[in-house]
Design a protein around this ligand. Structure first.
Ligand code: FE2
Length: 200
């Protein structure tokens, strides 16, 4: 019934205005979600500071090695930035295991295992794995920036935006490295005969 509905709508509206508004409200469900997502990406970035150096060692092309080296430095800075965001929220920097990143890192390790040392094919595989990581991070930081904006946490949004831009740039750099020569060289490398039926 329309009358009942408008009554309950009024009630809801009243309830909403009673909630604290704007920056640092600290207790909305969105802020909790934001905080949980921060813990998740904090774990992910820290895990990457350990796994990226291993991937770099397994790469062959200097161009790829140096792209990964640059991103290792950025990742360390991104960890520090997340700590700043925790501080702005007046929360302890805490990591919560990110299942998605754990899976992506495992996938990167198996790409290395399944390709031969010193080949362009391995480099192409490492780039593929790294770009999957970047896309996951772009999705995460994109959302975190939006959440921070909605919560009125402008400073946090600005910090997260910097990382978002770095992840996008890294993704683009990796595409360029792949397209410059690695993918083409990998295409010239012959498959070993006994591997052909492996996936059947
Ligand atoms: Fe990152």
């Amino acid at each position: 019934m329309p009358t009942t509905r408008s009554k309950s709508a009024k009630k809801t509206a009243k309830k909403k205005t009673a909630q604290p508004q704007g920056a640092g409200a600290g207790n909305s469900q969105l802020e909790k979600l934001f905080h949980d997502a921060l813990k998740d990406i904090y774990w992910a970035e820290k895990a990457l500071t350990k796994s990226l150096p291993k991937l770099m060692k397994k790469a062959t092309t200097e161009e790829l090695k140096s792209a990964i080296a640059d991103h290792i430095e950025q990742t360390q800075e991104q960890v520090t930035r997340l700590e700043e965001v925790f501080e702005l929220l007046e929360k302890k920097a805490q990591a919560k295991k990110c299942d998605a990143m754990e899976g992506l890192i495992k996938e990167a390790e198996s790409v290395v295992e399944e390709t031969e040392d010193g080949t362009a094919t391995r480099d192409a595989g490492i780039i593929m794995a790294c770009q999957k990581v970047e896309h996951y991070e772009i999705a995460t930081y994109g959302t975190l920036v939006q959440f921070a904006n909605t919560l009125g946490l402008d400073e946090a949004a600005g910090i997260l935006e910097q990382t978002l831009e770095e992840e996008k740039q890294t993704d683009q750099t990796l595409t360029e490295v792949a397209e410059n020569s690695i993918n083409w060289e990998a295409e010239q490398e012959e498959e070993e005969e006994d591997e052909e039926e492996e996936e059947e």
